[in-house]
Design a protein around this ligand. Sequence first.
Ligand SMILES: NC(=O)C1=CN([C@@H]2O[C@H](COP(=O)(O)OP(=O)(O)OC[C@H]3O[C@@H](n4cnc5c(N)ncnc54)[C@H](OP(=O)(O)O)[C@@H]3O)[C@@H](O)[C@H]2O)[C@@H](O)CC1
Ligand SMILES: [K+]
Length: 476
Amino acid sequence: MAQELLTVAEMARADALTIASGFAGEHLMEAAGWAVARQATRILPRRRVAILCGPGNNGGDGFVAARLLARRGWPVRVALLGERGQLRGDAALMAARWTGPVETLSLRSLDGCGGVIDALFGAGLSRPLNGIARDVIEEIGRRRLPTIAIDVPSGVDGDSGEILGAAADCLATVTFFRKKPGHCLLPGRLKCGVITVADIGIPDSVLTEIAPKTAEAMAVPPPAPKVDGHKYRRGHVLVVAGGSMTGAARLAALAARRIGAGLATIAAPAETLASLRATEPGTLITALEPFELLLSDPRRNAIVIGPGAGRSAETADRTLAVLATGRAAVLDADSLTSFRDAPNRLFAALSPLAVLTPHDGEYTSLFGSIEGSRLARARMAAARSGAVMLLKGPDTVIAHPDGRTRIVTDAPPDLATAGSGDVLAGIIGGLLAQGLPPFEAAASGAALHGRAGRLAGRGMIAEDMMESLRIPSFFA
Ligand SMILES: NC(=O)C1=CN([C@@H]2O[C@H](COP(=O)(O)OP(=O)(O)OC[C@H]3O[C@@H](n4cnc5c(N)ncnc54)[C@H](OP(=O)(O)O)[C@@H]3O)[C@@H](O)[C@H]2O)[C@@H](O)CC1
Ligand SMILES: [K+]
């Protein structure tokens, strides 16, 4: 099951639905503050804690945490941004239940403190931090104070992960019910530290009504081979290679086989066939031309084109021919950049049967600007092109033209190495060949690729991921 991610608006709706069902908002806030206090007792040094409360409900959670910590005998120092009399609703109630002193937020609020609870702004952040709020957040960094963020580090936009003004580098973040996209997207994710998701009484049943479209990408094991099956039932991946960089096609074909495709064929120009045949004996090698003949065998049910294909008019034409077969396809690298001067020619031929896997550079060559979060960009590109979009990066996003999105949260930075993208294209091709729908193949493929990289460990190269896919527990 994919772990849903709720936007700020969806989270407010979850809150409202829960309250409408008879669960009082104050109980949600008590539970939220309790989860924060508990995390503080676990990970903060047992020294005075500065609890920085903002003017909304995030601040209300802070007042609860202050009361519960003080009750346990922890020294706390509570500072408020704004006037106490301006607090509303549950936040005002929780401020009233706090009977200790409340000072006006200033840089001195951090004096004598060995830790911070950041309760300035959460889901209600509406503009960049400025004034004393920003000064204090920056001072936390200068003093290197271990900090726990309530819901999100103040300044991190819950929907986009963008930093509005400033945000502290937190040791931990305690959020509620479900994570938000901003916890998974860069740069916000890097500010959160260890994220815990606390159950505060919102029932899972609210999700039926909210129907969130975004989730974390989950690594789903490929279908188990059938006892009465044969290799063609496990699918046949065709990798269309170019004249140079045949290693890219080899990596893609190997990954497709390792992920469970029954067969993989590399189609390559005549002059490269002999050298390719001297490599992996289990990968089939065939001539690229005549291209129509190559595509005429319907058993080659998933096609990977782009890795090492070369940027050219020929690659563009071959890509269009691949799409015209109506088979599932992965379009990577040169099969994308070959359309840099005429992206609409590509878009006109695309459907959700195609998975496009651009990195930022390839993305720019098709869609122009790289403004906005990776989530927003992937969503826009999927809608514009009509295909499944996998926008590669440290926070890879997969988007379907119908608005569904998945974010990869478990990919190590070691994946930024030569050939890694070819392995990803091969994994997705292998999953497509085994019958997974393109959006699911892309999301699961990216998550499996991340897991393979993590298992390969520091110092890994693309080839090592093949070994990860061999570990018996990999698909467990
Ligand atoms: N949903 C749930 O289920 C639950 C949610 N809970 C908690 O509620 C939190 C959301 O609360 P919230 O909606 O009151 O918003 P919050 O983040 O406190 O800030 C709003 C205030 O800040 C102000 N403001 C904004 N930006 C600013 C800036 N840059 N500089 C200065 N001011 C700025 C803004 O002003 P305005 O934009 O109105 O002018 C408004 O006054 C959520 O994160 C979680 O912790 C839990 O209690 C349990 C259940
Ligand atoms: K916060």
